[in-house]
Write a protein that binds this ligand. Structure first.
Ligand SMILES: NC(=O)c1ccc[n+]([C@@H]2O[C@H](COP(=O)([O-])OP(=O)(O)OC[C@H]3O[C@@H](n4cnc5c(N)ncnc54)[C@H](O)[C@@H]3O)[C@@H](O)[C@H]2O)c1
Length: 219
C-alpha cells in the first residue's frame, strides 16, 4: 500500500484548517518585516475574526503563546508549515492536460505547498508525448503502468466533466488516496478516499451575486 510521508494530523475542524494557510502567510509576511512576536488579536484583526477563534485554531497545533507577547513568529511559520503538510512533498498525477491542467502543470508554486506533479495524462495526440514545464504527458492508457511505477497518492482531475467519474475510478483502482477535482462533476468514490472539489466559478458566482445585490440597493 502507498503511504504519504506527511505526518498524520489528528482530526481538525475543516474551517480551522482553511484559516491556517492565511495565518501562515500572515506570519511569513511579519517574519520578512523582522517582527518577532504576534498576538492572537493581531492575527484576528488581519483575519477579521474573533481572537478566541485564532487561539482555538492554533491550539490544534503545537504552537504555544507566551503571556503578553503572543506567539513567536518564526516558530509559527515553522510549525504551521509542518502541520499543514507543506514541508514534505507528496506526488500527484494530473489527468487532462488542457487549458486548466497545463496551467496547473506550469504552477511551480504548488511545490511550495508540498505538491509534486510527477506525470500528466491526456488522450489528445497533440499533447501526449510532450512535456509541459518538464512534466511528461502520457496517454491515459499508460495510467495503470505508470501508477504502479510512480506511486503518486494524489490525483488531480482536469478533464471535461463527463469523463470525471471514469478518471476518478481509474485513479482509485490504481492507488490514489486523494482526489483534487477541478471539474464541476460530483464524483463518487469509496469513503476512505479524500475528495476536494475546487471551482473558481463558484467564487465568481458569489462575486456576481454580491455586485448585483449591491447595485439593486443603490438603484
Ligand atoms: N475548477 C475551476 O475553477 C475550473 C476552471 C476551469 C475549468 N474547469 C474544469 O476543468 C476541466 C477542464 O477544463 P479546460 O478548460 O482545461 O478544458 P480543456 O478542453 O482545455 O482540457 C481538457 C483536457 O482533457 C483531455 N481529456 C478529455 N478526455 C480525457 C480522458 N478521458 N482522459 C484524459 N484526458 C482527457 C482533453 O484532451 C483536454 O486536453 C473541465 O471540467 C472544466 O469545467 C474548472
Amino acid at each position: 500500500m502507498v503511504q504519504s510521508s506527511k505526518k498524520v494530523v489528528s482530526a481538525v475542524p475543516e474551517p480551522s484548517l482553511r484559516r491556517m494557510p492565511a495565518y501562515l502567510s500572515f506570519s511569513e509576511g511579519l517574519m520578512k518585516k523582522g517582527q518577532e512576536f504576534v498576538s492572537s488579536t493581531q492575527i484576528a484583526n488581519y483575519m477579521n475574526i474573533d481572537p478566541t477563534q485564532v487561539t482555538k485554531d492554533l491550539s490544534y497545533t503545537s504552537i504555544v503563546g507566551k503571556t503578553r507577547v503572543g506567539y513567536e513568529v518564526k516558530a509559527m511559520v515553522e510549525i504551521l508549515s509542518n502541520f499543514l503538510g507543506f514541508t514534505v512533498m507528496d506526488q500527484a498525477f494530473l489527468v487532462g492536460a488542457g487549458s486548466l491542467g497545463s496551467a496547473l502543470l506550469h504552477d511551480d508554486g504548488l511545490a511550495n505547498f508540498g505538491l509534486d506533479i510527477v506525470a500528466a495524462f491526456d488522450v489528445n495526440p497533440v499533447i501526449v508525448g510532450k512535456k509541459i514545464n518538464d512534466i511528461g504527458v502520457y496517454h491515459i492508457d499508460q495510467f495503470r503502468d505508470l501508477a504502479q511505477e510512480m506511486k503518486a497518492i494524489i490525483g488531480i482531475i482536469t478533464v471535461p466533466a463527463e469523463y470525471a467519474q471514469s478518471v476518478a475510478d481509474l485513479m482509485v483502482a490504481w492507488g490514489v488516496k486523494a482526489i483534487w477535482n477541478f471539474t464541476p462533476a460530483r464524483i463518487k468514490v469509496p469513503s476512505d478516499i479524500v475528495v476536494q472539489n475546487t471551482s473558481l466559478y463558484a467564487n465568481l458566482a458569489i462575486i456576481f451575486n454580491k455586485i448585483h445585490t449591491d447595485k439593486e440597493k443603490v438603484i
